[in-house]
Design a protein around this ligand. Sequence first.
Ligand SMILES: Nc1ncnc2c1ncn2[C@@H]1O[C@H](COP(=O)(O)OP(=O)(O)OP(=O)(O)O)[C@@H](O)[C@H]1O
Ligand SMILES: [Mg+2]
Length: 375
Amino acid sequence: MEKQILLVDDEEDIRDVLGVYLKSHGYEVHSAENGEEALKLFRKYKPPVVLSDIKMPGIDGIELLRKIKHESLDTEFIMITGHGDMDLAIASFQDHAADFITKPINVNILDVALKKVREKIVSRRQLREYTENLERLIKEKSELQDNLSALGLMLGTISHSIKGLLTGLDGGMYLVDSGFKKENLGKIAEGWTVVKEMVGHIRKLIQDILFYSKDREMCLEKVDVCTFAEETAKVIEPKILNRHIEFLKDFDSSAGLFEIDSPAVNSAIINILENAVDACIRDISKPLHRIIFSARQDDNRILFEVSDNGTGMDQETIDRLFTLFFSTKGKEGTGFGLFIADRIIRKHGGSIEVKSKPGHGTQFKIKIPVNSSVS
Ligand SMILES: Nc1ncnc2c1ncn2[C@@H]1O[C@H](COP(=O)(O)OP(=O)(O)OP(=O)(O)O)[C@@H](O)[C@H]1O
Ligand SMILES: [Mg+2]
């Protein structure tokens, strides 16, 4: 490809002589006797070098140069001019010809011109490779930097969360200890509840970290929507007990099957349900709260809805909802939950939509295709 040359001259003798000379120097030569034919050959073979006479009937050398440069700026053009054509030679430089040689052609001068354009082509290719390499390196470096700062931020947040949970655990253990000392079963039970709660928090945190840190392979299986929803609800039900929260389940028995990575989607929806529970517990403006969890099929997609009449969210919270580490819960939240949930649902080709009003409540809609296009 690289040693191709397009030779254009209306004089047959010149085409023959130059053609033989160039072939003997390893070039694959395409010859044209006028500008029109030259353009056709150029479009067909895309040679990197064009050697053309300047004066030709029809499309002359300058016009050919302009047309070729318009189509391919990197093509190198050597103009062949007559002795008195200095003005035309200069004009061709203005149109970005690489060089010009005069008739009668001196092959030594032609060799120098060809060598020059080849060097230009090689250095341009090298420059392009260097630039691409450099761009790749810069991209890798900034990705590495992003990963490092995310890692630093993550370690800081995790340590902070675990420290808070350990303090809670200490408190529970203290209650259990003093219950034993005073032989007070009530205290022991109270302490034990705190310990179990804290262990539950730590378990969730670790599960979330595992989902985040290992971009684990999706493991798809066909699952019955209602069975799946029932199992998911079972995880959240104990957390609702004695909280003055009504939990309504509405699973359409004709929802059928869908193909998902069951533990992953389970953890995503549990995160959303847990947030709903938190929002109800945190909302002191209403005496009774209600969470509705529904599942049905809609146009080849499974639609889960989680609605609560808890605190609701302002626009700023809605905007930052899925951001890693975003939480309004102080040391009780890590801000992993929705980040992970969003990732999992998107991996299934699905989406999460949120509607919320401060003081009124929140509705999450999770849509997952029946046949996941896992990406
Ligand atoms: N149903 C909801 N009602 C009100 N606010 C919500 C609701 N769901 C999410 N949020 C808001 O979104 C924030 C981010 O939620 P996310 O689940 O990512 O983190 P978190 O619940 O704070 O912590 P984590 O889930 O990691 O323990 C929450 O802190 C809360 O402010
Ligand atoms: Mg959460």
